[in-house]
Design a protein around this ligand. Structure first.
Ligand code: NAP
Ligand code: F7E
Length: 365
């Protein structure tokens, strides 16, 4: 059988790195799009570089010509369009850039496939999002729930969702959206709330940070494990017909609950006092000698409030379970928090140890 060829946009991101590993494991030839940067941003895929069947190419979602050229050169059987300005809060500060990459970028990929006459052979996966439900109109949210995007990011992603559907209907292309709810991991970007919490809990436990500042603690999310979710992206493209799927766990928790559990795994028990901007996470008991009971380790800062915030996401993954045979509970919320904290406790120790050693040897001053 001919080796399948996949092209991944957003290969350096959390999902792109797990998806690359997954597809290489399935025997694919994997091509990824990277952009030039003045700093090293390839940490998540460094272990794959140089391995057979894994190739990187410079291109950009805002540069049609680079996409047309690359799609023609690679001749992919499957494209996974994961590239995006993916931070919701940042989309309020950079709405035009977000629209260019997250909305028009999807169109550019579709047109690159058509320009190269690959519309009959190349399947396309689009990274859609639970943010489309935004100011939610029902709970839980399924494939039939109306959309109500509530940020520039979500509005851009809504265009991506509809243009995929349009090309499916107009040109009979095999293109689908995975409507993925939040998924996290040890590789999650450090400014998303889960990773911000697990890293801070680790630093606070090791005496390297005093307090963690967060925004809306009441916000509810349906958090899953990214490694489980990339399998679904592939399953969606192997499905007999091109369809859209909600991918979620079907369980929701508040940001506050995530923080309580993360600090617990870092050896710190918390209680919560106060309301809104005055709420504090206070240490009740600590296994870590550097952290004292009564110490305030979590506080609220309005800097992390959004002009409009999505506050009640809960996915209904029944269709994916039934039609793709996917298990939404393969990693539980409790396991997810534990594995992220464990990873970050080790990361922080390692970094601190290296720094102490470098200081001692005079390598850094
Ligand atoms: P991520 O870690 O932020 O990765 C985003 C990727 O997009 C990075 O590789 C980034 O490259 C690339 N990118 C951004 N702008 C680009 C441009 N102009 N040209 C080429 N590449 C560009 O995001 P993720 O968490 O892996 O999410 C993957 C996709 O799923 C995104 O589309 C996101 O919006 C969507 N999504 C995510 C979640 C979630 O909970 N994680 C849920 C639903 C949907 P650099 O490394 O160069 O910045
Ligand atoms: O926020 C609240 C914040 O930034 C989650 C992206 O992958 O998932 C992600 O978007 C919630 C929000 O993720 C802080 O207000 C409180 O209600 O981790 P987040 P997100 O906005 O849900 C969706 C599905 C995507 O598609 C996106 O690409 O947590 N929150 N305090 C905070 N959020 C952040 N970032 N930082 C805080 O300090």
């Amino acid at each position: 059988m001919k080796q399948k060829i996949a092209l991944i946009t957003g290969v350096t991101g959390q999902d792109g790195s797990y998806l690359s590993e997954f597809l290489l494991g399935k025997g694919y030839e994997v091509h990824g799009i990277i952009r030039r940067s003045s700093v090293d941003y390839r940490e998540r895929i460094a272990h794959l570089e140089g391995t057979p069947h894994f190739h990187l190419h410079y291109a950009d979602m805002s540069d049609s010509m680079s996409l047309v050229k690359l799609v023609g050169q690679v001749q992919p059987d499957e494209i996974y369009n994961l590239a995006a300005q993916s931070h919701v809060q940042v989309s309020f500060d950079a709405p035009e850039f977000t629209a260019d990459v997250d909305a028009v970028g999807v169109l550019r990929i579709l047109e690159a496939v058509r320009t190269n006459h690959l519309e009959k052979t190349c399947k396309i996966y689009q990274a859609s999002t639970s943010e489309l439900y935004g100011k939610v109109e029902e709970v839980p949210q399924s494939e039939t729930t109306p959309f109500h995007p509530y940020s520039p990011y979500a509005v851009a992603k809504l265009y991506g969702y509809w243009i995929i559907k349009e090309y499916r209907e107009a040109y009979n292309m095999f293109c689908c959206s995975g409507i993925l709810f939040n998924h996290e991991s040890e590789r999650r970007g450090e400014t998303f709330v889960t990773r911000k919490i697990t890293l801070a809990a680790a630093r606070i436990a090791q005496g390297l940070q005093d307090c963690l500042y967060l925004g809306n603690l009441d916000s509810l999310r349906d958090w899953g494990y990214a490694k489980d979710y990339v399998e679904c992206m592939w399953l969606i493209l192997q499905h007999e017909t091109p369809e859209d799927f909600v991918i979620a766990t079907g369980v929701q928790h508040t940001v506050r609950e995530f923080a309580t559990l993360a600090f617990h795994h870092a050896g710190i028990e918390l209680r919560w006092e106060g309301k809104g901007i005055d709420e504090k996470g206070i240490v009740v008991e600590s296994r870590e000698p550097r952290v004292k009971s009564g110490q305030v380790v979590v506080a609220v800062s309005p800097d992390f409030y959004r002009p409009t915030d999505v506050v009640n996401l809960l996915g209904d993954p029944s269709k994916a379970k039934r039609e793709l045979g996917w298990d939404p509970q393969s990693t539980s919320f409790e396991q997810l928090v534990e594995l992220m904290v464990k990873h970050d406790m080790q990361k922080v120790t390692r970094e601190h140890f290296n720094l102490a050693e470098y200081l001692e040897k005079g390598i850094v001053k």
